[in-house]
Design a protein around this ligand. Sequence first.
Ligand SMILES: *Cc1c(COP(=O)(O)O)cnc(C)c1O
Length: 381
Amino acid sequence: MIPYGKHTIFPDDVSAVTEVLEQGFLTQGQQVPAFEKALCDYTGAGYAVACNSGTSGLHIACLAAGVKAGDVVWTVPNSFAASANCARYCGAEVDFVDIDPHTRNICTSALVDKLHLAAAANKVPKAIIVVHFAGSSCDMAAISAITEPFGILLIEDAAHALGAKDPQMHKVGAGKYSAMTVLSFHPVKSITSAEGGAVLTNDEDLAAMLRCYASHGITRDPAMLGDEHQDEPWFYAQFELGFNYRLSDVHAALGRSQLKHLDDFVAQRLALAKVYHDALSELPLIRPVLDENSAWHLYMIELTQHDRKQVFNALRQRGIGVNVHYIPIHLHPYYQQLGFKAGQYPHAEHYYRRALTLPLFPALTADNQMEVIKQLSEVLS
Ligand SMILES: *Cc1c(COP(=O)(O)O)cnc(C)c1O
């Protein structure tokens, strides 16, 4: 089976990990700060706080944003459940903005309409989590221009988009238009640390809060501890109810080594996406927008004349590991129990019914990609 996504590990990645195992700290050594600095250098962000998954990154981002019971957080239905769950962890209410059927990212006109209704009802969201679906950045300049007058904090779920640029050519993570950007280093993402994530920000106070929440809510920062503790080197204090979301040095060493390959990975993904784009032009399907600045996490097509289930199962039988991204979050039983209904976000639902993700990852060979194209063409003929 040709998988839909797969990590690529090089010998230098392996030696980076074994070096840590043989001589370093396994956790809380120098690898995590070095990885954080490398993420800042790459993206241009002022601060990076590494954590043990993209999901924990989303959680601490919400906590640092002050999201709590009584608040509302908006995101899109076309994402992994973690994009919404993070607000629920904080006790907040979640609501969704439908997607643009063309980009499959948040629809800015739906956002404008919903914001005016929310303002009239005095229910403006505390934060909005936008998702750069498949690695193609949302138009953050346009979104921040819409949300700024309402004082809404913007969080980018950039789990798909490390290595991408926004339409103004800012690197995703630079934080030009948002408060925080969350990354994931799960093996199917742009780079991997096995499990891992990070939150990027340009705000020193948010960075301190993120760090605090990722490690039990505890700080050893002398500036926060008060004068009476300055000669007590053992002293630390817990100010918030935090978590152990720390990344280990072993994982950070892998992530830091992988980051050196990021630009090559993204270039390889783009080259493969272009091959699909040309090869599929005559088939009865909608191709994704060929965004040259995307990180190309996914290559998903939308079937226009065929039953998705039949095509999915036929391709799996033929050894093509197709997948589907995403089951709209509001259709999951957990969110249905909260009162969400099918039909509420028609663009996300329509897209989901017809979506199919084709294999795309840096090590996908030309032969394997030709096989995917051949099998898909046969199944659709
Ligand atoms: C992968 C992913 C996450 C969660 O990241 P983990 O590292 O797996 O916890 C969150 N949001 C989106 C859009 C993702 O694709």
